[in-house]
Design a binder for this molecule. Structure first.
Ligand code: FES
Length: 397
């Protein structure tokens, strides 16, 4: 973590301590209202896929998933087949996973290690850089310029142990403008060298209902009272970098820091809370099996009322047997909390909204994260391609 990032984290910690000492909290000017139809309307859903998920950088993997040269990961992202590879030069690359012969995915979903990718349809072969290196029965096929028939590369950047990809190969969006410096703060976790423990995918409600939950501390002592939330504060403090937000709370435990010199404030304390990456990631820290995070990677499903979340559990150190046991227990609890508490409630909320139960939903004055999230969604879908970079440079929706 660089010094400027650490200084920003210390500043936020001091700000949180101030609220904890004074018993104060921050409020938006007013209650915010979102039309209920935004969560189920088909046209709106399509617009969000096209204007958000198909135009903005998405975190498709953690570095830990593609650590070694030759590692690959194939996945479907809002219907687009994508292949990520780590070349022998150490570079990570992304391609549309569609063969230049007749378009079949070259690699079926999943991850592994490979030097070459052989299409399962007629055996055209591509290397880790997406270059077409062999055509089966070449003499019978006929002559084509092989150098012009590689896999289509996608814009990609790897920072702070995370890999962002834009699904539009012709995107002109400036990644730095989109990230708004947030990637440097995420460097506080040091994820570059962490290890993949386990991953699984859960089904949930509309992607925005799920995302609302990641920004919501108001729910903690209520929805999560039987698992972890009973004693927790329901008040939130939000910090925003462009559309990306960190959520913390003015916890009384922060007052313990007053007895420790600032230069000794640990990375754990400084990176506490939930870190969301617009439009589809949340990162929360845990101690199960040692220092660990759960990276929740959320994607819209095939209809407005469904989404899929891949929970990726990363650990700072390779766990031994006992730590594996603890990590597994922690990960199991998180599955229960998200599936049976968050998403079970979200799916019931989804059904009620789809039934026309409400015209709008509300976000209170201490739910500023929801205000900002929905404002950004609204603003982005209304912004033409050639104005997107300027929108993120401006920093506010
Ligand atoms: S579609 Fe890939 S080799 Fe024919």
């Amino acid at each position: 973590m660089d010094n400027a990032a650490r200084e920003q984290l210390i500043e936020m910690a001091r700000h949180n301590i101030g609220h904890a000492q004074n018993g104060t909290i921050e409020h938006e000017a007013d209650v915010f209202r979102v039309p209920a139809a935004n969560y189920f309307d088909e046209q709106r859903f399509k617009l969000e896929i096209d204007k958000i998920f198909k135009r903005l950088p998405l975190v498709l993997a953690a570095t830990a998933e593609l650590r070694e040269p030759g590692d690959y990961k194939a996945m479907d992202v809002v219907g687009m087949p994508v292949l990520l590879t780590r070349g022998s030069d150490g570079e990570v690359r992304a391609f549309i996973n569609s063969c230049s012969h007749r378009g079949a995915p070259v690699v079926t979903s999943g991850s592994g290690k490979a030097k070459r990718f052989v299409c399962g349809y007629h055996a055209w072969t591509f290397d880790q850089k997406g270059k077409l290196v062999a055509i089966a029965s070449k003499d019978d096929f006929g002559s084509i310029d092989m150098s012009a028939h590689g896999l289509v590369p996608l814009p990609i950047t790897e920072r702070s142990g995370l890999i962002w990809v834009i699904l539009d190969p012709d995107s002109k969006l400036d990644m730095d403008a989109f990230l708004s410096g947030y990637d440097k703060l995420l460097g506080a976790f040091g994820l570059e060298n962490w290890h993949l423990f386990e991953a699984r995918t859960l089904k949930g409600p509309n992607w925005k209902i799920a995302y609302d939950g990641y920004l919501d501390l108001y729910q903690l002592p209520v929805l999560h009272r039987e698992t972890f939330g009973e004693q927790m504060s329901n008040q939130a403090l939000y910090y925003a970098w462009g559309p990306h937000q960190r959520v913390t709370s003015p916890s009384k435990q922060l007052l313990d820091l007053l007895d420790i010199p600032e230069e000794k404030w640990s990375r754990d304390i400084l990176s506490a809370g939930v870190w969301t990456i617009f439009p589809h990631i949340s990162i929360a820290s845990f101690r199960g099996g040692g220092r660990s995070i759960m990276l929740s990677q959320l994607f819209p499903g095939e209809t407005p009322g469904e989404s899929y979340t891949t929970q990726i559990y990363l650990m700072e150190k390779e766990p031994d047997e006992a730590q594996r046991h603890d990590a597994y227990k922690q990960f199991k609890l998180l599955e229960y909390v998200v599936q049976e508490e968050d998403y079970a409630t979200g799916l019931r909320q989804q059904r009620a909204l789809e039934a026309g139960a409400r015209k709008e939903v509300l976000f209170g004055r201490n739910e500023g994260g929801g205000h900002r999230f929905h404002r950004w969604v609204e603003r982005i879908i209304a912004t033409p391609d050639d104005e997107l970079t300027a929108l993120f440079q401006a920093g506010t929706p």
